[in-house]
Ligand binder design. Structure first.
Ligand code: GCW
Length: 674
């Protein structure tokens, strides 16, 4: 029975006509050369075609009508110009004639490019697209496209909602679970080329010899798929593992320890990617403990990795006591002064927004503000604040909104996507990371629909210009069926689902209304936690007069962290996009929204709209019952029931709480309990 294990590599049997069509476009595979990567490309094509048509095409040395021809300049010197501009990972797919025979050429500069091209062809095959007259060229603009696993060495996953960690540390390195290979296949198919194995809240143990050997075993499995392994490191590892008296980055003994550690890692993993570091954030140790800067710390690690070609990804997610007025300001305050001070193998990893993976945040003001420093994006695929494993809230539109945001750093069109692909400021070290939603659950992501977020992250990392809707369409076709009767309603459900969560959780720019600790369900009234910025009341600041966080000059001044062209607009609530209104402004309950209704009425209307959208998803899903296999149908049906119940809970709890402050009646027609 369908259980979601196969992700976007299901290769479901097609009807007879499509089978014949597919077979005619893949009569044989011609793939001169030999490498582990070429072998997995061929194997994936054979597996896919066997699944879809019942027959796996043979590998052959002689060209034939309908051949799938995998070629690099090395294997087919007859390809002048074909692969120009494709880099080391890109590919071209073209329908061409060779000696009067129609064949499909997949061309690339490397076998890894061929693997990506083969996966693209399989995606077309699975989603019902025509395989005639293909003329595709595709190459990623962002160099590092990484998953960040927040997996602990004890098997738990921080903010994981899909069971325990997939890394079976106990039985590694000897037992290499087949699942690791399927993980690599699924990631290679969407162009992910690196994985950070362990939690950024790191334990020093991840750098001990036994764990290096375990990581090396995974690296060996992933290598043919073009996926490198990285580790999160704990700043004080030299003290904890080897008794050094300090972790001061300027101390030669400390630097020496890291150099020796890097050498040790590279002996086991010659293509090791590098380190990810969370320092001086949420209780993690870091260079500031020694009165050194983030740059001092990052550069010391970078020097240890440099001889081996490794990199440091240094996170900008910091907030602590030194910005009591506004948590949103600290990353910028700490990092912007360091622009230009980082070594050339350091990249600073910035969350999409300045608070923390909320259902909606304006883009992080660091994007565009550190032109001399490569910045990489950190998205959260796991839905810590968006309903975790049960709510259907497709993240494609959230990712896209962040990437498309205009920083105005160099005038209009200076999008976040251009900051992170390096084109805005001419950086060659570029990256994007997604905090994985992967666990040991049979369906990997805790729900079938959460798989779409992993998929969308990979697709956008490869090509930020894709639309969230096109990605949803591909995913739905491969996950369920290419039949438009199935794809259209599913895409319809997905596309508005994140906005629905914004409506029932944090409308009009509110943020962090979740109950604290677990971040599941409403808690806007919570006010008793030790640190002010852990309390939802800190973020909404509602009272009898109004609601919202004043980040103008009369408030925290955080608006001043944006480029002047943006800051000027945000200074005035009337020129602030309504989706961010209460993020930037504290406004009276009777403030008039663009619709003419009062802020209070508009707020309630949005809370009402959220659960109504979920009810609409339930109706659409119910109509799909004849077309979806029983097990996956039942899971989504049950989860939508949970989501609807909880959307009502969010609505009713939020309205009741804010009404107790605003003392206003519900607008006419509101279905919320009075
Ligand atoms: O989103 C918050 C989470 C923490 C997480 C932290 C971070 C890994 O609540 O669980 O810790 O951010 O990104 O470092």
């Amino acid at each position: 029975a369908e259980d979601g294990y196969d992700l976007w590599l299901r290769y479901a049997r097609t009807d007879e006509a499509r089978s014949a069509d597919l077979a005619a476009h893949a009569t044989i595979i011609v793939a001169p050369g030999a490498s582990p990567t070429l072998n997995v490309a061929i194997a994936e094509l054979q597996r896919g075609l066997a699944g879809m048509t019942g027959v796996a095409p043979a590998l052959s040395g002689t060209m034939r009508q309908g051949a799938l021809w995998l070629a690099t300049p090395a294997s087919a010197p007859a390809l002048p110009g074909e692969t120009a501009g494709l880099g080391g990972e890109g590919y071209a797919i073209r329908s061409i004639e060779v000696d009067g025979k129609a064949v499909t050429l997949i061309a690339a500069n490397s076998d890894l490019g061929l693997l990506h091209g083969a996966c693209h062809w399989l995606r077309l095959a699975q989603s019902g697209a025509s395989l005639d007259r293909l003329d595709i060229r595709s190459a990623p603009k962002i160099r590092l496209r990484l998953l960040n696993h927040w997996d602990n060495l004890n098997g738990t996953v921080e903010r994981g909602y899909a069971g325990q960690s997939i890394w079976d540390w106990w039985r590694l390195p000897d037992w290499k679970a087949p699942r690791y290979t399927d993980y690599a296949r699924a990631n290679a198919a969407i162009g992910i080329n690196g994985t950070v194995l362990n939690n950024v809240n790191a334990k020093a143990d991840s750098l001990t010899a036994p764990y290096i050997a375990k990581a090396a075993a995974l690296a060996d499995l992933f290598r043919p798929y073009g996926i490198k392994v990285y580790l999160s490191v704990r700043w004080t590892a030299p003290m904890e593992l080897d008794g050094l008296r300090t972790a001061d980055p300027r101390d030669p003994a400390v630097a020496g320890w890291w150099r020796a550690k890097a050498d040790e890692i590279y002996r086991a993993i010659p293509d090791f990617g590098g380190f990810l570091v969370k320092a001086n954030s949420e209780g993690q140790p870091g260079p500031q403990d020694y009165k050194r800067t983030h740059a001092d710390g990052a550069n010391m690690l970078a020097a240890a990795l440099k001889p081996h070609g490794g990199i440091v990804m240094w996170r900008a997610f910091v907030y602590a006591h030194d910005n009591p007025d506004d948590r949103a300001k600290q990353a910028y305050a700490d990092f912007r002064p360091l622009d230009g001070q980082f070594a050339d193998n350091v990249i600073v990893q910035v969350k999409n927004g300045a608070i923390d993976f909320q259902p909606r945040e304006p883009f992080h003001p660091l994007f565009g503000a550190m032109p001399k420093t490569p910045l990489m994006m950190e998205f959260q695929i796991t839905k810590e604040y968006l309903g975790q494993s049960t709510h259907l809230t497709y993240l494609g539109p959230l990712f896209k909104e962040a990437l498309d945001s205009d920083t105005f750093a160099k005038g209009a069109g200076s999008t976040v996507a251009k900051v992170i692909d390096g084109s805005l400021d001419g950086h060659r070290l570029t990256g994007i990371a997604g905090v994985a939603n992967i666990g040991a659950d049979r369906d990997w992501s805790g729900s079938i629909f959460n798989q779409a977020d992993w998929y969308a992250f990979g697709r956008l990392a490869w090509d930020t210009s894709l639309s969230a809707e096109a990605i949803a369409r591909e995913w739905a076709a491969m996950t369920f069926s290419p039949d438009p009767k199935v794809v259209e309603p599913i895409v319809g459900m997905m596309m508005g689902s994140r906005e629905a969560a914004v409506d029932y959780m944090t409308p009009l720019g509110l943020a962090h209304m979740m109950d604290t600790g677990h971040h599941y369900g409403p808690g806007p009234w919570v006010s008793d936690l030790a640190r002010p910025e852990w309390n939802p009341v800190y973020y909404h600041r509602a009272d009898a007069d109004g609601i919202g966080f004043d980040r103008t000059d009369s408030g925290s001044g955080a608006i001043g962290q944006y480029a002047p062209a943006i800051a000027t607009r945000l200074a005035n609530p009337h020129t602030t996009p309504e989706r961010h209104l209460l993020w930037f402004h504290h406004l009276p309950w009777d403030y008039r929204l663009a619709s003419g209704e009062t802020l209070w009425d508009g707020l309630v209307r949005r809370y009402d709209r959220g659960p109504a959208y979920v009810a609409g998803m339930q109706t659409l899903w119910a109509s799909l019952k004849p077309h979806i296999d029983a097990r996956r149908f039942a899971q989504t049906e049950a989860f939508l029931t949970i989501q609807h119940r909880e959307a009502l809970w969010w609505r009713d709890a939020s309205i009741a709480y804010f009404q107790s402050l605003a003392h206003r009646p519900l607008p006419a027609g509101s279905p919320a309990p009075a």
